[in-house]
Structures are given as C-alpha cells and as structure tokens.
Design a protein around this ligand. Structure first.
Ligand code: NAD
Length: 286
C-alpha cells in the first residue's frame, strides 16, 4: 500500500509545503493537507478553478491529487482554547473542527492512519521588529505558531501514525547564526523547533518507532517570506556566497523531504538536514 501524508501549512503553490506535497505525491504517497483557516476559502477556490493545475504537474506528466483539505489553526489545540472573538470571526465561523485535536480526529475518522506528518508553517506577528524591540506578546505568539504548533501536531497525530512513519518540519539558520531582519522571536522559535526535534525524536522513536527530522532550508520567495521583507536580499546573498551559486528551488527541499520520509532514511532521526546550497558551511562570504 502507498503511504499517506498529512502536510500542515499549504495555502498556495509557492511555499515549501506545496513542493513537499509534490515530491511525496511523485513518490506515490496519498496527500492530505491542513490549510490555515483564514486562507482556506481562496486556496480551495483556486484549486477547484484550476489555478494551480500547471504547478500540479508531476514528473510523469500526471497531476498531483490532494485527497482532502482540512481547515487548521495550529495555535489552538482544542475548542476550549479558542477565544470568543476568533470563534465568531466570519472567516472562522464558516469552518468547523479546525483545532489540532479535532483535525487529528477527523483524519482518523476519514482514513484511520497516516505514515508521514509534515509541519510547514510559521507565523510571527512582530517578525519585522528586532528582537530587542519585540513585545512579550509577539515573542510568545511566534513560539506558539512556529514551535509549539509542531509539538501539538505530533502529540495529536502520533497515535494514528503507523510504526516506521516519519515526521518533518522546516527550520531556518537564523536559529543558530545571526540573521539581521529575522526578528520578532522567530529566530528563538526556530531554535526551539530544532531542539525539540531531538527530544521528540527520542520520545517518538522509543514509543512509536516514528522518526523526527527537520530541514534547514535556504531562502525561498514564498508568501510568508515575502511578508518578512528581506527575501530578495537573502536570495542574492546566497547566490553570491554559497558553495553552490544557484537559486534554490522549492523542489530541492521537497525532494530532500521525500528522502527523509522514505525507508532510504530509516536510520536518520533527530537531525537538522541543511538544504541550502551549502551556505551554512561558510564562515565568511566571498
Ligand atoms: P508559506 O507561506 O508557503 O507557508 C507558511 C504557511 O503557514 C502558510 O500556508 C500559512 O497559511 C500557514 N500558517 C500560518 N499560521 C498558521 C496557523 N496558526 N495554523 C496553520 N497554518 C498556519 O511559506 P514557507 O516559507 O514555505 O514556510 C513554510 C516553512 O518553511 C515555515 O516553517 C518557514 O519558517 C520555513 N522556512 C522558509 C524559508 C523561506 O525562505 N521561505 C526558509 C527556511 C525555512
């Protein structure tokens, strides 16, 4: 039987989540998607109207099928956590069962089990502020949406993950090196995500024989990255200074994720895999 993957954090065809879905689909996996509630309508409409058809094409010429799209807001674990104003917000009220616990329950009801869990989401309301000017609210919101969201997803999905399964998240080198402009506590959130990758690898490995890895990806012009405001500069910097002087394509990250999720990586867990044209290995730019 083919593997089944749940990918959290797809709302268009520009980000890493979409590329990972495509690489997994090309390798024969069934694709389930979790889409942020406020972005759900436009994503589903665009899908239905064929707006993504060109980017759905797989190497064999067929189109990637998304079996089901689930509304998801990964900052809420269960309905009791959702504040009144969010619950009654027009964009949220139109959907239901979008807390992490409920999405895992729905996937279980619909499909029973999954093999692959991908976390490709992040959010930091104050990302454009230096850390020194970041509020407690902004910092904690970045950690909640970008780091704890992963703990929560794995916590709720692991009971329905088949032994031998794999889980992957996306991180950024700003966790360990100074990247001016990646503010609002987002660098802190990625540091937490990478540290948690090790602890979760231990716990998920011992308890469920599930592997946990993270990909430290180079810069990509995604919707989220454009919102940060410095993405073109980071892409130029990488092309100039990395060992491999080419633009990084989302597909290269997708392929690395497909490898990590596959039996080819059966002894790899708890690692940060750099998919960044080697930029992380440089000490100075030349
Ligand atoms: P993206 O915009 O395609 O993906 C981010 C997704 O997160 C969006 O679909 C957004 O709707 C979703 N999201 C935000 N808050 C959410 C919430 N509370 N619940 C559910 N979904 C939520 O952008 P991307 O750059 O592909 O980001 C994917 C991952 O890759 C992120 O973890 C990001 O930090 C990481 N990453 C990106 C880059 C880059 O240069 N683009 C580099 C390294 C790592």
């Amino acid at each position: 039987r083919g593997k089944r993957a749940f990918i959290a954090g797809i709302a268009d065809d520009n980000g890493y989540g979409w590329a990972i879905a495509k690489s997994l689909a090309a390798a024969g996996a069934e694709i389930l998607v979790g889409t942020w509630v406020p972005a759900l309508n436009i994503f589903e409409t665009s899908l239905r109207r064929g707006k993504f058809d060109e980017s759905r094409v797989l190497p064999d010429g067929s189109l990637m099928e998304i079996t089901k799209v689930y509304p998801l807001d990964a900052v809420y674990d269960c309905p009791e956590d959702v504040p009144e104003d969010v619950m009654s917000n027009k964009r949220y009220a139109g959907s239901s069962k979008w807390t992490v616990k409920e999405v895992a329950e729905s996937v279980k009801e619909d499909f029973g089990t999954i093999d692959i869990l991908v976390h490709s989401l992040a959010n930091g309301p104050e990302v454009s502020k230096p850390l020194l000017e970041t509020s407690r609210y902004g910092y904690l919101a970045a950690i909640s949406a970008s780091s704890y969201s992963y703990v929560s997803l794995l916590q709720h999905f692991i009971p329905i993950m088949n032994p031998g399964g794999a889980s992957i998240s996306l991180t950024y080198i700003a966790s360990e090196r100074i990247i001016p402009g990646y503010g609002g506590g987002m660098s802190s959130a990625k540091a937490a995500l990478e540290s948690d990758t090790k602890v979760l690898a231990f716990e998920a490995g011992r308890k469920h024989r599930v592997r946990v890895n993270t990909i430290s990806a180079g810069p990509l012009r995604s919707r989220a990255a454009k919102a940060i405001g410095f993405i073109d500069m980071m892409i130029d910097y990488s092309s100039e200074n990395a060992p491999l002087q080419k633009e990084l394509s989302a597909e290269e990250v997708g392929n690395a994720a497909a490898f990590l999720a596959s039996p080819l990586a059966s002894a790899i867990t708890g690692t940060v895999l750099y998919v960044d044209n080697g930029l992380n290995a440089m000490g100075v730019g030349v």
